[in-house]
Every structure is written in structure tokens, then in C-alpha cells.
Design a protein around this ligand. Structure first.
Ligand code: UT7
Length: 332
């Protein structure tokens, strides 16, 4: 889908909790080591929430994004929060953030498309902006508290993930906007977490929550190799799709910001696209995989460090549980 009405990023923000865990911290309680984690993933350290709620991380990132955009919370017409680790099943995290910001004129809802969440939320924001002339500003915020769902006895997955949040304020602008979103539910069992599966048998008078037979059954489970295969095939395909739709080539992208899951995945995707690594934003060594927060955290770093400048073309590409896939291409 290519829109004539594009988007402008008015401001970005990010937040990570202060506590960090490096690879050696994992080696202290798991059969793993710094060399294995670095060489297989590129990750060196990650931030872990010490009980701080997911919404609070999102709020901090949102405040920064509003400040950078130079707008008041009342000017927001919509807040889209993306998370797979909300603090509540309901209300939506976006509503809690709306209340805390005092964004009294904003509609608010959450989106769950896992690590593709931010790209999906941004695309929804673009579509709202394209079709609703009364809407001036949209906040897209991604906050993830993955340490709550990670199984710290599973060495093949727990070393990958970190906590954090990223946000951006979007407004309407005439210009390039190309997007591609896809899902393949046949891969749903490749990566899942069962946070809400405990049942209260209220109807039978058992107002209790029966103990799970598997005490770690609610935690995140993944088939790492299946996700790896999907990611390395899907990311180049999504980038090529947004380029084809826009009639552009890889040389027209100034900065590519992929989901920060694994350096090997990014390098393989870059090779397939014949895209130079020096035009790819990589910061996973500091944060690990923060699911939907990874792209907006990297986006904020790129903006604040001057790596992404006004007028440059940026492509964001995400993949994740679902399985889901999404890419957007626009001018910063
Ligand atoms: O947002 C999306 C989230 N998910 C992903 O991005 C996951 C994508 N997949 C991956 O990134 C990779 O598949 C992993 C990093 C998860 C695993 O890397 P791999 O190269 O596919 O390793 P593997 O699963 O083939 O395991 C190789 C060996 C195994 O030992 P044996 O069977 O060869 O003796 C594992 O048991 O490495 C072992 N291993 C570890 N060793 C030390 C697995 N995890 C660890 C560990 N430390 N943390």
C-alpha cells in the first residue's frame, strides 16, 4: 500500500530501566557463557525492569517524544500502545498512559502483533492520519516488560530478551509512505507466551485458580530455529516489497532500522538484500531483544545521535510472533 498522504515524525523518545544484566550475569546461574551469547546473537547486555510496570516505561518514553515534538498532551487525538506484556488484560495500556499524560482529547487502544507491533502501530497511525482530517497528532508507544514472561531456566531464550520502551509522535505530511504488513498464523506455535490461560471456574462455584500442572507453563516458549528461518526470509521480502511499491531501489534507503533480535539475522537479511551494514541501525548489543520496543528505541537513538536526519529516507522492518511481518518506508 502506497499512500499519497505521508507521515512526519514530530518527535521520538525512549526509556530503559536502570538495572542491567550482562552475559556474565547469566553465566552465574545458567550453563552459558559470554562467548556463546555474543557470537550467536551479538547481545552483550540488556536492561531488566525491577518491578517497574510496563505502562510506566511507556509513559517515560512518551513524555520524551511529546517534548521533542514540542506539543502538549491535549493536542494528541490518538494513542496507540503496542505491547505483548501489558500490566492488565484490560484496560488498555494506552488508556493508562492517556490518563497519566493528561491527553484528554485522545482515543486510546492497544495493538498486539508482538515484535512487529511498533511498525503495525505506526502503519495504523498513518492510515488514521490519512483518513481523518480532524486528527493532528498520534502517539505510538511501545513498552515491553519481557522479564515477566521469560523463563530464566531456559538458556536458549532467556539470554535474548530485555525490557524497555520507545515512542514517537506522528503528524500528517504529503510525501512518500509505503507499507507492507503480513501475518502467517500457521507459525503461531513457533513463539508464544500463555500469560492469561489460568481459568477461574466461577460458573461451577470454584472461585479459585487451579494450580498449573506445568509451573512454568505461562512463560515464553520459542522454536528458535523456526523463528530464525522465518526472520531471514521475511525481512528482506518485506523491505523489497515496500521498495517495489514505491518504485525505489535499496540505494534509495538512507537508514534501515530492523527489529533488534539477533545480529546474525540482521546480517543474513542484509546480505540477501545486498544492503550495506553501515546503513543499518544496530544497537542490540546494549538492549537485547525488547520486542515491539526495539525499533522505536533504535529510531530514537538514530534521531538523537544525528544518524537519521530530516529529509532522509528511513525503512523500518519488524518480524515476530504470530508470525507477523511489517515494513514501512518514509521520509524522516
Ligand atoms: O523477536 C523474535 C524473537 N526470537 C528470535 O529472534 C529467535 C531467533 N533464533 C535465534 O536467534 C537462534 O536460533 C538462537 C540464538 C535462539 C539459538 O541459536 P542457534 O545458533 O540456532 O543455536 P541452537 O539452538 O542450534 O543451539 C546450538 C547449541 C545447542 O547445543 P548442542 O545441542 O549443539 O549441544 C544448544 O543447546 O547451543 C546450545 N545452547 C547454548 N549454549 C550456551 C543454546 N542456548 C545456549 C546458551 N549458551 N545460552
Amino acid at each position: 500500500m502506497v499512500f499519497l498522504t505521508g507521515i512526519r515524525i514530530a518527535g521520538t523518545g525512549r526509556y530503559v530501566p536502570p538495572l542491567t544484566a550482562d552475559n556474565n550475569d547469566f553465566a552465574a546461574f545458567l550453563d552459558t557463557n559470554d562467548e556463546w551469547i555474543r557470537s550467536r546473537t551479538g547481545i552483550v547486555t540488556r536492561h531488566i525492569s525491577d518491578g517497574e510496570p510496563s505502562w510506566h516505561m511507556g509513559l517515560e518514553a512518551s513524555r520524551q517524544a511529546l517534548e521533542a515534538a514540542g506539543i502538549a498532551p491535549e493536542q494528541l487525538g490518538l494513542i496507540i500502545d503496542t505491547t505483548i506484556t501489558p500490566d492488565y488484560s484490560t484496560p488498555a495500556t494506552a488508556c493508562v498512559i492517556q490518563r497519566e499524560l493528561g491527553a484528554v482529547n485522545a482515543m486510546a487502544f492497544d495493538v498486539n502483533s508482538a515484535c512487529t507491533g511498533f511498525v503495525c502501530g505506526l502503519d495504523m497511525a498513518a492510515r488514521y492520519l490519512a483518513t481523518d482530517p480532524a486528527l493532528s497528532y498520534v502517539l505510538v508507544v511501545s513498552n515491553e516488560n519481557l522479564s515477566r514472561v521469560v523463563d530464566y531456566t531456559d538458556r536458549s531464550s532467556c539470554i535474548l530478551f530485555g525490557d524497555g520502551a520507545g515512542a514517537c509522535v506522528l503528524e500528517r505530511r504529503q510525501g512518500l509512505y509505503s507499507a507492507y504488513m503480513a501475518a502467517d498464523g500457521t507459525g503461531a506455535s513457533s513463539l508464544y507466551a500463555n500469560g492469561n490461560r489460568r481459568t477461574c471456574r466461577f460458573a461451577t462455584g470454584e472461585h479459585t485458580y487451579p494450580e498449573d500442572t506445568d509451573p512454568r507453563g505461562d512463560f515464553l516458549r520459542q522454536d528458535g530455529k523456526a523463528v530464525y528461518r522465518f526472520a531471514t526470509e521475511a525481512m528482506p521480502r518485506a523491505v523489497q516489497q515496500v521498495l517495489d511499491q514505491a518504485g525505489l531501489g535499496t540505494e534509495d534507503i538512507d537508514l534501515l532500522i530492523p527489529h533488534q533480535a539477533n545480529l546474525r539475522i540482521i546480517e543474513t537479511a542484509a546480505k540477501k538484500l545486498k544492503f550495506p551494514m553501515d546503513k543499518i541501525m544496530v544497537n542490540l548489543e546494549k538492549y537485547g531483544n525488547t520486542s515491539s520496543a526495539s525499533i522505536p528505541i533504535a529510531l530514537d537513538e538514530a534521531v538523537r545521535s544525528g544518524r537519521l536526519r530530516r529529509g532522509q529516507r528511513v525503512c523500518l522492518v519488524g518480524f515476530g510472533a504470530g508470525l507477523t511481518l511489517g515494513a514501512v518506508l518514509f521520509e524522516y
